[in-house]
Write a new protein. Structure first.
Length: 158
């Protein structure tokens, strides 16, 4: 487990963060995004998809639960599970089968926490109280699988 805090000063920096993070990920990897409305979860996901050249295709999965993207045989699943009551609904749609079939990025993933494997990256975004363009971003890797990414991405210094 590793934990890092970073600040982004505008939406572009959050997008860049998503883009960089995506460059490390492969099939079976999971990123959970948590944060109040408008905190930048979808913006970070947009960065993520930009890395795969899918920036024009992003749509919010708020009403569909999951959007699927595919690029060079890599599948990316973008979930928004905000509307789920609990994990049982997630199991009902065969949710965990997605985990091994592609890269999963899950907005509000803590709602379905008990369905998640032990190892995943959790990103919590908070709006700054004063400046509308600043986001305080907390990144934790659970397990060890992703520790090197946090070290590599942030050098452990930021
Ligand atoms: N540093 C920043 N990082 C990300 N977004 C920012 C930043 N500063 C301002 N913004 C703005 O905040 C908004 C973030 O919206 P976004 O849709 O990504 O949030 P969200 O967390 O997905 O919200 P929701 O829970 O409603 O889906 C955008 O309008 C974006 O332009
Ligand atoms: Mg969103």
């Amino acid at each position: 487990m590793k934990h890092i805090e970073i600040t982004t000063n505008n939406e572009k920096e959050t997008l860049e963060l998503g883009k960089k993070l995506a460059s490390y990920l492969k099939k079976g990897d999971i990123v959970v995004l948590t944060g109040e409305l408008g905190s930048g979860k979808t913006k970070l996901t947009e960065g993520f998809l930009t890395y795969f050249g899918l920036e024009n295709e992003i749509s919010s999965p708020t009403f569909t639960l999951v959007n699927e993207y595919i690029k060079n045989d890599i599948k990316i699943f973008h979930f928004d599970v905000y509307r789920l009551e609990d994990s049982s609904e997630f199991y009902a749609i065969g949710g965990e089968e997605y985990f091994e079939n592609g890269i999963c990025i899950i907005e509000w993933g803590e709602i379905i926490q008990d369905t998640l494997p032990e190892e995943y990256i959790h990103i919590i975004l908070k709006k700054d109280d004063i400046n509308d363009n600043i986001r305080l971003i907390d990144v934790t890797s659970y397990g060890h699988k992703y520790d090197y990414i946090l070290t590599d991405l942030f050098g452990g210094t930021k």
